[in-house]
Design a protein around this ligand. Structure first.
Ligand code: HEM
Ligand SMILES: [Cu+2]
Length: 842
């Protein structure tokens, strides 16, 4: 090392040592307190892979059973559990969490940040996922796994036909897991919008980030209907409120609507991350910039919107009106356009580039073949008369697996090989990956290509046995044989990964010659990713500035110094992409684990019908969440802090658009979708369900809902006044602020009382779906008013404790969002409650 270089590299070494200490996670058992995105992201990926193995073993059981007529491995009851669990595990415990894991691990590195916006939420989501998934797996080992199919159609999943605990396991376990999906979606959205590197305007964002952003947005809109459906069905099963029971004014079709409002977007929620991996890896392998960046972005966004208009195509055989059939059939074909645009971009990139057939490219080739074939059969089943023919046969099973495995598993395997040098710092020594590919690829096609035929020959899905001599014997045997080939391929993949991590050669930095920021970190990456943060001036930072990695490591970017032992990263203005705040992140803590435990108490209480446990767990949860805020915020104003390169920015609690404010906005978006689904459900039952009008309706005087609404409006206005008064530079302001907060709490409490009274006055919630829907609407509003009360009192506490000033108003502004939302939905809810009795007697 040259004498002149020594002092600056000493400085760099010191910087790395300091950052290492500040960002470290304790070893041993202390790892349970990890909140760092690299660690938790890896955990997500490993856990999701374990669930993939479990789902795969179940698939092997299915294939063993179906290999021969009169298969004798399992009986019908067990077979029902096996295919239900296979589908549910693959969709909810493998595909979605695997996407979350990859996004959690990659996103900050792609964007040039040190962590995600809410590290503790990442960890909380992880524990919710593991606990919820464990409930399902334990139930399976005890022989009480869900058995009504992965879409849990009522009445099959109702008390009458599924009296055991099995269906409750699904409804509660999956809802538990979905909490983690919604957490991840909020966090990912905020991180992409607020934590990109300075200069990374949205048109310079890596394509993978675009795909992730759209996927997260779809999760925010797609999961709430399913969460709502699960809650309603569980309430029907546990407390006999008849939302889906046609004998009492309910309608099983309501479940189908709520499920497919989620279920169809779900297919794209799984496919888009896969496509994102393709769009990332393919140009690197082809050694050419992707063709049509803008076209791809437009089509990804279009897929996001279109996919929500398509759910009804899963219900073509339920006898819906012909015009609707035509519309949804056309729309289903329409979604092929943006997908086609992406495929043409990829092909153009390949043709125009100089592709290398390295291992990731081989898996991408597998993706192309399989996914395009799946798309073709998809267009076939989008044609209504054809769907009538093959509905619920193995043809659909084959189509579905071509899309899911082609669209997600093959890109994922490509990504595994592509990013493995990043995660492990190693490159492969043995060529096992090729053998694994051919086994998986051939095995897959043998299994599922034949299955189209089995389906056309009329074999229905979800049957555990069949008679010999119907022409189904040979194709089934071949399918099962293919399945075992594929399994050997996956086993080889696992062995390859292990050998790789254990015996691989040290990887050079950026082994594929990629141009995105994740390759600017060391490999494996340090917990803080970058010793200092980059500025970006184009879509290809590493190609535009080859010396970027050493600049960043040398501390010559933003925040290239430790400050007060805090974990700092940068926030930017959403569109201008200029630094606008220093985001201070929390370090390792057990709180997320404990909070997930408390959440688990709520779910187990519901599952085993030990209802006193539910409020206990809920209070514990609330208390834990309050504890999260300890150590966030400051007791004095700091003003702008230097962030290096001659620029200053305020800490996030003094900034206008802090990440947590945006998180509340997106949480409310998801919540709003849930509320709309509930309102839709109530109206749908009135319009479509048999057995209406109800025998009795609530006898509301106009002033009862009006008073409830008035309380909510008062709370919302008081919440806004608290923020406004806080901004006035007036000596008495803290007293004024506290009074407004108290008034907000009182407004909520007042409204809550009226909502409860109205619910009590509702006649026979168990007698007719009308009463059940009314109570559900009131419960929604009441729940929000109760939490609004907590929010207001929490603000009061923060204010008294000195965390709030004219500059530090974040807590108040977040509270104001909640109060406003509660008023808007609460008023809509009481209006609907007041209007329904008049509507139903029309
Ligand atoms: C690893 C190889 C796989 C094999 C051999 C396999 C095999 C099967 C078979 C034979 C069925 C039909 C069961 C029946 O209707 O009787 C099935 C259903 C299903 N599979 Fe797979 N599968 C595999 C991977 C996957 C993956 C990766 C996913 C999702 C990402 C998935 C999702 C589903 C779903 C959602 C169902 C429907 C379950 C239901 O009807 O409730 N499978 N699978
Ligand atoms: Cu669909």
């Amino acid at each position: 090392m040259s004498a002149a270089g020594a002092p600056s590299s000493d400085l760099a070494m010191r910087l790395h040592r300091d950052l290492d200490r500040i960002w470290s996670t304790p070893p041993g058992v202390g790892r349970l307190s990890a909140v760092n995105h690299t660690i938790v992201g890896r955990r997500f990926i490993v856990a999701a892979f374990v669930f993939f193995i479990i789902g795969g073993l179940l698939a092997m059981l299915i294939r063993a059973q179906l290999a021969t007529p009169h298969g004798a491995f399992v009986g019908p009851e067990l077979y029902n559990q096996i295919f239900t669990m296979h589908g549910s595990v693959m969709m909810f415990l493998f595909a979605i969490p695997m996407f979350e894991g990859v996004a959690i691990y990659m996103l900050p590195k792609l964007l040039g940040a040190r962590d995600l916006a809410f590290p503790r939420l990442t960890a909380y989501g992880f524990w919710c996922y593991v606990f919820g998934g464990s409930i399902l797996v334990v139930a399976m080992l005890l022989g009480v796994a869900p058995d009504s199919g992965w879409f849990m159609y009522t009445p099959l999943s109702s008390n009458t036909y599924s009296p055991g605990i099995n269906a409750d396991v699904w409804l509660l376990g999956i809802t538990f897991v979905e909490i983690s999906a919604v957490c991840a979606a909020v966090e990912i959205t905020v991180t992409i919008l607020k934590m990109r590197a300075p200069g990374m305007t949205i048109d310079r964002m890596p394509l993978f980030a675009w795909y992730i952003l759209v996927t997260a947005g779809m999760m925010l809109a797609g999961f709430p209907p399913l969460i709502l459906g699960s809650i309603l069905l569980e309430v029907e099963r546990a407390f006999d409120l008849p939302f889906f029971d046609p004998a009492r004014g309910g309608d099983p079709l309501l479940w189908q609507h709520l499920f497919w409002l989620f279920g169809h977007p779900e297919v794209y929620i799984i496919f888009l991350p896969g496509a994102g991996m393709v769009s990332t890896i393919l140009p690197v392998m082809a050694r050419r910039e992707i063709v049509g960046y803008t076209w791809i972005v437009v089509s990804v966004v279009a897929v996001g919107f279109l996919s929500f208009g398509l759910w009804v195509h899963h219900m073509f055989t339920t006898g819906i009106p012909h015009l609707a059939l035509g519309f949804f059939s056309a729309a289903s074909t329409l979604v092929a356009i943006p997908t086609g645009v992406q495929i043409f971009s990829w092909l153009a990139t390949l043709i125009d580039g100089r592709p290398q057939l390295k291992l990731p490219m081989l898996y991408l080739f597998g993706f192309f073949v399989v996914f395009v074939a799946g798309g073709l059969t998809g267009v076939m089943v989008a044609v209504v008369p054809f769907d009538w023919q093959v509905h619920d046969t193995h043809f659909v099973v084959a189509h579905m697996h071509y899309v899911l495995v082609g669209g997600f598993v093959f890109p994922l395997l490509a990504a595994a090989y592509y990013w493995l040098p990043h995660v492990s710092g190693k490159v492969a020594r043995y060529p096992l990956g090729h053998a694994a590919f051919w086994l998986i690829f051939i095995g897959f096609n043998v299994t599922f290509f034949i299955m189209h035929l089995t389906g056309l020959l009329g074999m229905p899905r979800r049957v555990f046995s069949y008679e010999p001599g119907w022409g189904w014997d040979l194709p089934n045997l071949v399918s099962s044989f293919g399945g075992f080939l594929m399994t050997i391929g996956f086993a080889l993949f696992v062995v390859d990964m292990m050998l790789h991590v254990r015996f691989g050669r040290t990887a050079p930095r950026n082994p594929w010659g990629a141009s995105t920021l994740e390759w600017a970190t060391a490999t494996p990456p340090a917990t803080y990713n970058f010793a200092s943060l980059p500025t970006v001036s184009g879509r290809h930072p590493l190609r535009d500035t080859p010396e970027l990695p050493s600049d960043l490591a040398g501390g010559r970017g933003y925040l290239g110094f430790p400050r007060e032992g805090r974990q700092e990263t940068l926030g930017i203005h959403m569109t201008a992409a200029t630094p606008d705040q220093v985001i201070v992140l929390p370090g390792p803590t057990y709180l997320p684990l404990y909070t997930a435990f408390a959440t688990g108490v709520v779910f187990l209480g519901l599952l085993f019908k030990v209802y006193w446990l539910v409020p206990v767990g809920a209070v514990l949860m609330l208390a834990m969440f309050m504890l999260w805020t300890r150590g966030t915020g400051q007791l004095r104003d700091r003003g702008p802090l230097p962030i290096g390169l001659g620029v200053s920015a305020p800490a996030h609690w003094e900034a206008a658009g802090a990440p947590s404010w945006w998180a509340m906005v997106f949480t409310l978006v998801a919540d709003g979708v849930l509320f709309s689904s509930l309102a839709f459900g109530a109206l749908f039952l009135w319009v479509s369900a048999p057995g209406w009008p109800p025998p009795q309706v609530i006898d509301v005087q106009w002033w009862q809902p009006a008073l409830a609404g008035a309380g909510l409006v008062a709370a919302a206005l008081a919440g806004r006044r608290a923020v406004a008064v806080n901004g006035n530079a007036d000596a008495s302001r803290s007293a004024g602020r506290d009074r407004w907060l108290l008034l907000a709490a009182a407004g909520h409490a007042f409204a809550l009382a009226w909502l409860v009274l109205l619910a009590l006055a509702t006649p026979g919630p168990t007698l007719h779906a009308y009463g059940a829907a009314t109570v559900a609407l009131l419960a929604y509003a009441g729940f929000h008013a109760a939490l609004g009360c907590v929010f207001a009192l929490f603000g009061l506490w923060r204010s008294r404790a000195g965390y709030i000033s004219a500059a530090r108003s974040l807590d108040l502004r977040i509270g104001a969002l909640w109060h406003g939302y509660t008023a808007a939905t609460g008023i809509a809810a009481v209006l609907l409650v007041a209007a329904l009795p008049r509507l139903v007697t029309l």
